[in-house]
Design a protein around this ligand. Structure first.
Ligand code: PBG
Length: 324
């Protein structure tokens, strides 16, 4: 036997030398929740993650920048909601106000990004506005997204995360931004966002009002080719980055998109992926730190150049003292 793959696994030094993929703080993005009014609130189904008050948010931002994470993705939890999600376009609305704070505090150290979707702001919990039969109205929603994009750009967001899964959203928002001179604001197309049960804890995190599901706009879990199609459409519409979401259960889609994309490909390790590991680790059933590192490494290995993960800050801190 001349071929012995084990040769390259014989010592830590050799394994380190031949490792293809490794983690770096700059490619980790921390999703953060900011709630309107009152004190920070823990999120039961996401131990270790909180809805921040504006005060605790400032502190966490400074910590994230200090740890060297590449960016933060902001979500707002408003006190009031209505049918069209007015809080999303109000310059004083919680997400826009939080964006201004983040840009002022850490805008030079990391990329401040905002979720561009109406679901946190609507009283029915859908990602768009509804028509008179209660269906999500694609084109009416695009008009709201354009207004929301302008509000976020005015607040200083550097990259808008288009997570609503409306057809044509990237092109529509790009045109709206360019029309007002915001040609440098980047767009992250949540190209392949699947209708997933792994978003369960997130719905607690934003006090979601949703009844029913998002299957008329998010992708069906059985479809692989459609993920690629959505990514190609987003790139053609001008997306600067495309996303696959969730991550761990969709590594095939991620690898497909990474194989053809001309723009950076990111993935979102979502709330349910986080909650599963935390729950099992709390029982003593998994080696928490090892599983966290392995799960994010797998997402990188499958083709994501950056990963949105609730462990971003913790991982960035660990990476100061160890290689992962
Ligand atoms: C929609 C949005 C969702 C997530 C991010 N953006 C929820 C949904 O589509 O229901 C989920 C993120 C997570 O589960 O961590 N604005």
């Amino acid at each position: 036997m001349r071929t012995r793959p084990r040769r390259l696994r014989q010592s830590p030094a050799m394994r380190r030398l031949v490792r293809q993929t490794r983690l770096h703080p700059s490619e980790l993005v921390l999703p953060m929740f900011v709630r309107e009014g009152g004190d920070p609130r823990p999120i039961d189904s996401m131990p270790g993650v909180a809805q921040h008050s504006m005060d605790s948010f400032r502190g966490a931002l400074v910590e994230a920048a200090g740890a060297g994470v590449g960016g933060v993705m902001l979500f707002g939890v408003p006190a009031q909601r209505d049918a069209v999600g007015s809080g999303a376009t109000d310059p004083a609305g919680i997400l826009n106000a939080a964006t201004e704070v983040a840009v002022a505090e850490v805008g030079d150290a990391l990329v401040v990004q905002t979720d561009l979707c109406l679901d946190e702001f609507t009283n029915h919990g859908h990602c768009g506005v509804l028509d008179d039969r209660g269906r999500v109205d694609n084109d009416a929603t695009l008009a709201r997204y354009a207004e929301m994009a302008l509000a976020q750009a005015r607040a200083g967001s550097a990259l808008l995360g288009l997570s609503g899964m409306m057809d044509g959203q990237v092109a529509h928002v790009r045109d709206a931004l360019d029309g007002e001179g915001f040609t440098d604001v980047a767009l992250l197309g949540y190209a392949a966002k699947y209708a997933s049960a792994y978003y369960g804890p997130f719905r607690d995190a934003v006090d979601s009002q949703l009844t029913g599901d998002r299957r008329t706009y998010q992708l069906d879990a059985g479809n692989r080719r459609e993920g690629l199609r959505e990514a190609e459409l987003d790139i053609a519409e001008g997306a600067d980055v495309v996303m696959v979401k969730p991550a761990s259960s969709y590594l095939d889609v991620l690898a497909d998109v990474a194989a053809v994309s001309e723009v950076p490909v990111w993935a979102y390790q979502v709330s349910g992926e986080y909650a599963m590991v935390e729950a099992a680790a709390a029982q003593g059933w998994l080696d928490r730190d090892a599983v966290i590192a392995e799960s994010v490494l797998a997402i990188r290995r499958a083709g994501a150049e950056a990963v949105l993960t609730y462990w971003a800050m913790e991982l960035a801190q660990r990476l100061r003292n160890e290689e992962l």
